[in-house]
Design a protein around this ligand. Structure first.
Ligand SMILES: Nc1ncnc2c1ncn2[C@@H]1O[C@H](COP(=O)(O)OP(=O)(O)OP(=O)(O)O)[C@@H](O)[C@H]1O
Ligand SMILES: [Mg+2]
Length: 360
């Protein structure tokens, strides 16, 4: 549904250049909720603004629903020379109207009622007054705000304002909804209700959602896939459930922190990833009983991702790796993914993932 190919964006201001995007290949499938995370300045907002051409990429392509938006926008920096919008301009406007966007600070017009705010994009598209009103009321119903149609933004709570923002974003019947930190100005409970709404819209309307967040909880709660950005690049991406099972994945460690790897001579530290049925079996106690060994749990995290129980656990087995081949084999037979987090070779050994193998 959304594909960017080798997307770059270089900002030039006062003789300085900032490379905000540095060769980004993003693939968002139809009907998925896709989260982008990363530190401040990583390029997340720039990426999302390039997806709907609010920001013009320096190079590379953006296509949404099979349509190459960069081709519609024409090449080059900044706004096109006056008078050159012509047919290409209107084609881009049309394509853009099929991409909804919600913002952290809602961006509602304070002098307009809730209903008039939702009607705004339809006015711009030239939809007749009666049809606009019908559509706006339908959308307000959808986001649970039918009774606030005549209120002004100042009379609404943060969560209600964001619902208006979402209704407005849906006015053009978009296939894609972009969200830049839509919940970061909201308290945790309101955040949950807005996320729930986004998930419902995703399911009911088949809407593809690309969202930026700095909260890993958001990724856990509603994202099917996620990407981690750093310095203008995507450094990790994939389905959340697959990332969890990827040894050394930074996103997995952020989502399910299981602690560091202690160093020492005679210890083997392994990471277990539980999915589905394996998540509910008493594997650790079985292992301990079967091989008569003491197991230390160094860290563990369990949660539900996309309706499935998943978890990660970091455990320590006594003795060197060679002595633990059989117990590790046992764990794999139980349907767990087992990755050796580190084989300590002395104090201060570097915790590098060494093996990737086994059950999927
Ligand atoms: N209009 C602009 N002019 C110049 N530089 C910019 C502009 N917009 C963003 N940048 C720079 O591009 C880089 C990426 O910014 P961007 O806003 O995309 O980051 P972000 O990941 O969204 O960060 P945050 O989490 O703080 O919102 C930063 O170094 C930023 O200073
Ligand atoms: Mg940003």
């Amino acid at each position: 549904m959304i594909t960017t190919t080798d997307l770059t964006k270089v900002y030039r201001s006062r003789g300085r250049e900032v490379t905000a995007l540095d060769g980004v290949d993003l693939h968002v499938r139809e009907g998925e909720v896709y989260g982008v995370v990363g530190q401040s300045g990583a390029g997340k907002s720039t990426l999302i603004r390039c997806v709907n051409l609010l920001e013009r990429p320096t190079s590379g392509t953006v296509s949404v629903a099979g349509q190459d938006l960069t081709a519609l926008a024409g090449r080059g920096q900044g706004a096109p020379p006056s008078g050159s919008w012509g047919r290409a301009g209107s084609a881009l406007r049309q394509a853009r109207s099929r991409i909804g966007m919600v913002f952290q600070h809602f961006n509602l017009l304070s002098s307009r009622t809730v209903r008039d705010n939702v009607e705004l994009p339809l006015e711009i598209l030239g939809v007749s007054g009666k049809e606009r009103t019908r559509k706006a009321l339908e959308l307000l119903e959808l986001v649970g705000l039918a009774d606030k149609a005549k209120a002004y933004p100042a009379q609404l709570s943060g969560g209600q304002k964001q619902r208006v923002g979402i209704a407005r974003a849906l006015a053009g019947d978009p296939k894609v909804l972009l969200s830049d930190e839509a919940t970061s100005a909201l308290d945790p409970e309101t955040t949950r209700s807005i996320l729930q709404l986004l998930r419902e819209l995703n399911e009911q309307l088949g809407l593809t959602v690309l969202l930026i967040t700095h909260e890993m909880d958001v990724v856990k709660t509603i994202c099917d896939s996620a990407a981690l950005m750093r310095d203008g690049r995507i450094v990790e991406s994939g389905k959340v459930s697959e990332l969890l099972a990827t040894p050394g994945s930074e996103l997995a460690q952020e989502l399910f922190p299981v602690g560091g790897v202690p160093s020492g001579e005679d210890r083997t530290v392994v990471d277990l990833t539980f999915q589905g049925e394996a998540a509910t079996k008493p594997v650790i106690s079985q292992l301990s009983r079967t091989y008569n060994i003491d197991i230390s749990i160094l860290g563990a995290a369990m949660d539900t991702v996309g309706g499935h129980q998943v978890g990660r656990m970091r455990i320590e087995l006594p003795g060197r790796f060679e002595e633990n081949v059989v117990p590790i084999g046992f764990l794999r037979e139980q349907g767990l993914q087992v990755d050796v987090a580190a084989i300590a070779d002395g104090p201060g050994a570097n915790p590098t993932p060494l093996l990737k193998e086994g059950a999927k």
